[in-house]
Write a protein that binds this ligand. Structure first.
Ligand code: C2E
Ligand code: MG
Ligand code: MG
Ligand code: MG
Length: 283
């Protein structure tokens, strides 16, 4: 009995693995089709200079407008894209699209405007970031690398192989800036901030959401800002939803803010209206 049950379990397991493999293949092909059909779009969320309310940067956030399923959140499909390797071509598309946009906005509105893009650790694997192609893209657009801020996560720094460090260096040599996303949520080895020449840290929204005078989160934010400033880095606070959070962060010297309090991520055309109007987003 034991033997036959064992075998049945094996058969069942085998079937499950096969189904999983098939689902994965289907997802990979769906994502590739989406890319070729132009179903992805970058939305842009303002990053505001907290000292004067000016919109000096934007974060590009990918959206998938699925013809049947409607809008799919990156939190759903990015992990699948990472799992199936399609993040490499999606990430390449994100770069090209963001570069084109920042080049246009720099020439029309603000010559120092910056767009940040999220880059997955998977993009650094195997043949890695196609930095030569990226540099060629920037050149063909007649723009410089400093318009692009590359947002990486602590997840990338965990396996800080030489190859990752070399690739980050090449992006820096092309003029691009580096930002450490979701700061404080993972394993933050502070020495990496210096070693990898990070320009910005983004304080994760989990520290901002319950921010109140004399709270523990307030103390943590103050400490992160003080440390960043001593290392010569600028600080962006993510997920600012209220005027109170904004004013507390301003009081403790946070440089930039991002969140629904200012604006949700919006399509490029709407973001451009904001840049056209030159309006400050301070409340
Ligand atoms: P992230 O890079 O930390 O981006 C911030 C997320 O917080 C965004 O979610 C944004 O819409 C959301 N957010 C902004 N302000 C607020 C606020 O005030 N309150 C709240 N509750 N949320 C706010 P989104 O757009 O759904 O993106 C989720 C994550 O997906 C991103 O987190 C990033 O890790 C990933 N992602 C997005 N676009 C890309 C991409 O092009 N490539 C890669 N590899 N990952 C991406
Ligand atoms: Mg980000
Ligand atoms: Mg973040
Ligand atoms: Mg996040």
């Amino acid at each position: 009995v034991a033997k036959s049950r064992g075998r049945n379990q094996y058969v069942y397991f085998d079937q499950q693995m096969q189904e999983q493999a098939q689902t994965k293949m289907r997802t990979a092909s769906d994502l590739r089709t989406a890319l070729s059909r132009g179903e992805f779009e970058l939305y842009y969320q303002p990053i505001v200079n907290l000292a004067n309310g000016h919109v000096e940067k934007a974060e590009a956030l990918i959206r998938w407008k699925h013809p049947e399923k409607g809008m799919i959140s990156p939190a759903t499909f990015i992990p699948l894209a990472e799992d199936t390797g399609t993040i490499v071509s999606i990430g390449d598309w994100v770069f090209g699209e963001a570069a084109r946009t920042v080049a246009a906005w720099r020439s029309r509105y603000r010559p120092d405007f910056q767009v940040s893009i999220n880059v997955s650790p998977v993009q650094f694997k195997n043949s890695g970031i196609p930095h030569k192609k990226w540099v060629a893209t920037l050149e063909s657009l007649g723009t410089t690398g400093d318009g692009i801020v590359v947002e990486i996560t602590e997840r990338l720094l965990l396996d800080v192989e030489d190859s990752v460090r070399r690739q980050l260096l090449m992006l820096r040599e092309a003029g691009m800036k580096m930002s450490l996303d979701d700061f404080g949520t993972g394993y933050s080895s502070l020495s990496y901030l210096k070693k990898l020449n990070i320009d910005f840290i983004k304080i994760d929204q989990s520290f901002v959401s319950a921010l109140a005078m004399d709270s523990e989160d307030m103390i943590l934010c103050e400490a992160m800002i003080a440390m960043a400033h001593k290392l010569g880095l600028k600080v962006v606070a993510e997920g600012i939803e209220t005027a109170a959070q904004c004013s507390l962060l301003r009081t403790i010297g946070c440089d930039f803010g991002q969140g629904y309090h200012f604006s949700k991520p919006v399509r490029a055309s709407l973001f451009e209206e904001l840049l056209q109007s030159h309006s400050a987003l301070m409340a």
